[in-house]
Ligand binder design. Structure first.
Ligand SMILES: Cc1cc2nc3c(=O)[nH]c(=O)nc-3n(C[C@H](O)[C@H](O)[C@H](O)COP(=O)(O)OP(=O)(O)OC[C@H]3O[C@@H](n4cnc5c(N)ncnc54)[C@H](O)[C@@H]3O)c2cc1C
Length: 459
């Protein structure tokens, strides 16, 4: 038993976060920016968990329903192997969610009612890292093959979660992925400074060793047809994501130097993967005044990427007003707090402008963007109204559009009422989070298994 009295430790210890590597060091490389808690800090943070009678962290917060109080208790007492065994029952990739999850659980932690939540994500990250370091993370036992086969189209976190479950239950699983490497947005969207790609590959390797087959560089609907895989497999899961970017159709949109955020981020990830020699002059932020339009996480990833590419300046503009510092009355605990947040990338040197609308892009004689005409807006209900006299010019010779995604790409395969074809993840819900992709992968795998096991095996 740990000497710390875990049921009152939240009174003794404040929340501590590891923070980030120094800015002038981290902007010169692409490695993970976040630091680690010391062993003692980790124990104290685990002890802050109150083991509540009603643990809202997983009841209301975590889509995967990770057993958070039990996991924290195991970490507190140094039962690291038990902690990972608990966590892997619900989470298909804790070393990944432990790094890039916004931690919905922390928003609904009982400590967060009037204080700081338990550092749940840090604990998850540490449990997973220690499990790999100690050699506890081995391929798991798989049920005997049940004679049914499944094709999963798309190797993002939705497809991976479903493929892993179905494989463990004895299905023969093949994942088709159009990209060169598996991982979806884990590999081609999220930058290395949040999630280094060897970690994604290490997890995929574990799934591979457990028996999941990956066929990369195969686009369903182009290289092979959906009909073909329907004939070949008993069931098909479409998990193709929501990659259709929202556009900004204002004057000057056709100018050179205006790109969609994900295209920009993917190119950098492809360079780091060794798929591309460089991002290309047309795409690079080096020496440029970069404006990112869209104030969300994708936009923030563009900020950090631009800074590492050597941008002269980076500005992020957002049409919504600046969020409040703390929860408003209409956003009570245990809801996710809609408050002002600053990412590690924002701290690296970025101007942020809220309630700002783009009127037009201005170009030079060569047809290349050199600036944006903007105006401040006031929100009247759900309508942004331009404030007279607030128009301004923002210099920009690289513009990145990060205004979200409207749904699956045009031409994406569709389940469309086809028997034994399911769809899940961002493809169905629209853009979401990795933790939700994992949860939806689990849900659809259960549905598929129930349905496919109800019919007799093919001979
Ligand atoms: C830039 C960016 C950063 C993000 N950062 C975070 C974060 O920090 N934390 C977080 O929780 N969430 C984050 N998200 C959201 C998160 O990445 C997504 O919600 C999640 O990846 C969705 O998973 P998915 O498997 O449904 O789709 P995806 O990850 O998009 O995967 C779909 C896969 O299907 C493949 N595919 C598509 N069509 C075909 C086809 N016809 N044949 C074969 N393969 C096909 C694609 O190539 C892709 O690999 C971020 C999103 C973006 C864009």
């Amino acid at each position: 038993m740990n000497p710390i009295n875990s049921y009152r430790a939240f009174l003794d210890f404040k929340r501590v976060d590891p923070g980030y590597r120094p800015i002038d060091e981290r902007v010169r490389d692409w490695r993970e920016v976040e630091g680690h808690l010391s062993g003692e800090e980790l124990t104290q943070q685990a002890a802050r968990c109150m083991d509540c009678g009603i643990p809202f962290c997983y009841g209301a917060g975590c889509p995967l329903k990770n057993p958070i109080p039990e996991m924290n208790a195991a970490a507190l007492e140094g039962r690291w192997e038990e902690a990972i065994r608990l966590l892997e029952q619900t989470c298909p990739y804790p070393e990944i969610t432990g790094r890039i999850c916004p931690a919905l659980c922390e928003g609904s932690c009982c400590n967060a009612v009037d204080s700081e939540p338990v550092a749940i994500r840090q604990l998850e990250r540490e449990i997973a890292d220690r499990a790999f370091a100690a050699g506890y993370m081995k391929p798991r036992a798989v049920a005997p093959r049940n004679g049914r086969s499944v094709a999963v189209v798309g190797s993002g976190p939705t497809g991976l979660a479903a493929a892993s479950d179905l494989n463990l239950w004895g299905f023969d699983v093949t994942v088709y992925e159009r990209a060169k490497f598996a991982g979806g947005l884990l590999r081609y969207g999220i930058p290395d400074f949040k999630l280094e790609k060897w970690m994604v590959e290490r997890r995929i390797d574990l799934f591979r060793q457990e028996g999941v087959r990956f066929e990369c560089g195969v686009q369903v609907g182009v290289d092979i047809s959906l009909d073909f895989i329907r004939r070949k497999f008993d069931g098909v899961l479409l998990a193709c994501g929501a990659r259709e970017p929202r556009d900004l159709k204002v004057a000057g949109r056709e100018l050179k130097g205006i790109h969609f955020a994900l295209d920009f981020l993917s190119r950098q990830n492809q360079v780091l993967n060794g798929e591309l020699a460089d991002v290309g002059g047309e795409w690079s932020a080096k020496g440029r005044d970069v404006v990112v339009i869209g104030g969300g996480d994708t936009g923030s990833d563009c900020v950090g990427t631009s800074i590492r590419q050597g941008a002269k300046s980076v500005t992020q503009i957002e049409i919504l007003p600046k969020p409040p510092k703390s929860r408003l009355a209409n956003n009570p605990w245990p809801e996710w707090p809609r408050i002002m947040r600053s990412s590690s990338s924002h701290q690296e040197g970025c101007e942020r402008s809220f309630a700002t609308h783009t009127l037009s892009f201005e170009g030079d004689e060569a047809g290349r963007v050199y600036g944006i005409r903007c105006v401040q807006v006031e929100w009247q209900g759900r309508t942004p109204v331009a404030k007279p006299g607030t128009e301004f010019f923002q210099k920009a010779d690289l513009v990145l559009l990060a205004m979200g995604f409207s749904g699956p790409e045009e031409g994406a395969p569709s389940a469309d009422g086809l028997p034994n074809v399911w769809a899940a993840g961002d493809m169905v819900t629209g853009p979401s989070l990795v933790v939700w992709a994992g949860a939806r992968g689990h849900d659809v795998a259960r549905e598929m298994a129930r349905s496919l096991l109800a019919v007799s095996a093919k001979v």
